[in-house]
Design a protein around this ligand. Sequence first.
Ligand SMILES: CC[C@H](C(=O)O)C(=O)SCCNC(=O)CCNC(=O)[C@H](O)C(C)(C)COP(=O)(O)OP(=O)(O)OC[C@H]1O[C@@H](n2cnc3c(N)ncnc32)[C@H](O)[C@@H]1OP(=O)(O)O
Ligand SMILES: [Co+2]
Length: 136
Amino acid sequence: MGRLNHIGIATPSIARSVETYRTLLGAAAIGEPFDLPAQGVRVCFIDAPNTQIELIEPYDDSSPIAGFLRKNPAGGQHHVCFEVPDIQAAVADLKAKGATILGEPRIGAHGTPIVFVHPRDMGGVLVELMETPDGH
Ligand SMILES: CC[C@H](C(=O)O)C(=O)SCCNC(=O)CCNC(=O)[C@H](O)C(C)(C)COP(=O)(O)OP(=O)(O)OC[C@H]1O[C@@H](n2cnc3c(N)ncnc32)[C@H](O)[C@@H]1OP(=O)(O)O
Ligand SMILES: [Co+2]
């Protein structure tokens, strides 16, 4: 379990969430939003000194966060992401321990392989694992 890479925040509007972080918290390092159609989301990173906030908005109705936003229309904390040196080794280790891994590793918002552990295995928290770029 490596560094906390980011906290994923689901929102119905990245624009509105960016304004909130900017006006209420004085966020200054705000990235340009970008689409990740393969993952069903639009993404915008806000840098904090030791991690990032990952704002995610549904790309379309089939987005994996559409259900979450139906239950939480104003949005909310969606997942936490930890870095691992080797995503395949992490998946094998977790599966051997009986955890449910959601899908296969795929390229995430930082351009490296990611995977998700089912919330029921992590005390109700959706955990994303992301291979650190230097993990290759
Ligand atoms: C990949 C790009 C970017 C990156 O960092 O690189 C991202 O992070 S994008 C993030 C969006 N993508 C994902 O979240 C993919 C993984 N997620 C999933 O496969 C689903 O969201 C899943 C399976 C976690 C939930 O799916 P869904 O909401 O359709 O199912 P249910 O409503 O039936 O939920 C089942 C069960 O899980 C609980 N749940 C759902 N979402 C969350 C959550 N975010 N945190 C904690 N718990 C969650 C839900 O309450 C249900 O619990 P139960 O006790 O069975 O009622
Ligand atoms: Co994420």
